[in-house]
Design a protein around this ligand. Structure first.
Ligand SMILES: N[C@@H](CCC(=O)N[C@@H](CS)C(=O)NCC(=O)O)C(=O)O
Length: 201
């Protein structure tokens, strides 16, 4: 059975749980406490030398790390990933956008505010994420203004990758009030059959 190295509050790990739920795939969940260094033990570094969750271990022992690579692998051959080459590339386009322009701003601000003691330095870090975080939300809002989903008018792993931290953006002090298209899309994603919440055990 597939093994998932996980953390209950991590949006990156939630992406994988969400795809597994949509596909109805059974898995063994191994929770690591990222706040207390459980991702940096020699045992875990032997699985993921980068010391981060999520990582999956396949039945044959192969390991795959990086949330978006994992969900791309799991979604192959399913309705969550289009067959058409250009549409697949557009899915990748949004997943790279998520990792470079969205997650480093919105997820980092959320992590600091939720998990760390707020020093002046950390407050400044959170503030430095404000403008690029809202810029990323602006790009999403513009794209979703006349679309239901990010790619090919169908629910794909591009939506799952971007949903993970957008739906909890408020925890990073990002206000979605001025982003009606994003709010509508969040509702559509949460109403997909098979959806689970980030807090579902
Ligand atoms: N690019 C990676 C980022 C993974 C990541 O940042 N994981 C965090 C939790 S969201 C983590 O494991 N942090 C613990 C640590 O760095 O020790 C991915 O998408 O999987």
């Amino acid at each position: 059975m597939l093994k998932l190295y996980d953390n209950a509050d991590s949006g990156n790990a939630y992406k994988v749980r969400l795809v597994l739920a949509h596909l109805g795939l059974p898995f063994e969940r191994i929770q690591l406490d990222t706040d207390s260094g459980e991702t940096r033990t020699p045992e875990y570094l032997a699985t993921n030398p980068n010391g981060k969750v999520p990582a999956i271990v396949l039945a044959n022992g192969d390991v795959l790390c990086e949330s978006n690579a994992i969900i791309f692998y799991l979604a192959a051959g399913t309705a969550l990933l289009p067959e058409d080459n250009l549409e697949r590339a557009k899915v990748l386009q949004w997943m790279f956008f998520e990792q470079y322009s969205h997650e480093p701003n919105i997820a980092v601000a959320r992590h600091v505010l939720k998990h760390l003691e707020l020093t002046d330095e950390r407050r400044a870090l959170v503030e430095s994420k404000r403008e690029p975080g809202y810029r990323a939300l602006g790009v999403m809002e513009g794209h979703l203004a006349d679309r239901s989903f990010f790619v090919a008018e169908q629910f794909t792993i591009a939506d799952i990758a971007l949903y993970a931290y957008t739906h909890v953006a408020g925890e990073g002090d990002f206000d979605l009030a001025d982003f009606p298209a994003i709010r509508g899309w969040l509702t559509r994603v949460s109403r997909q059959p098979g959806h689970i919440s980030i807090t579902q055990p």
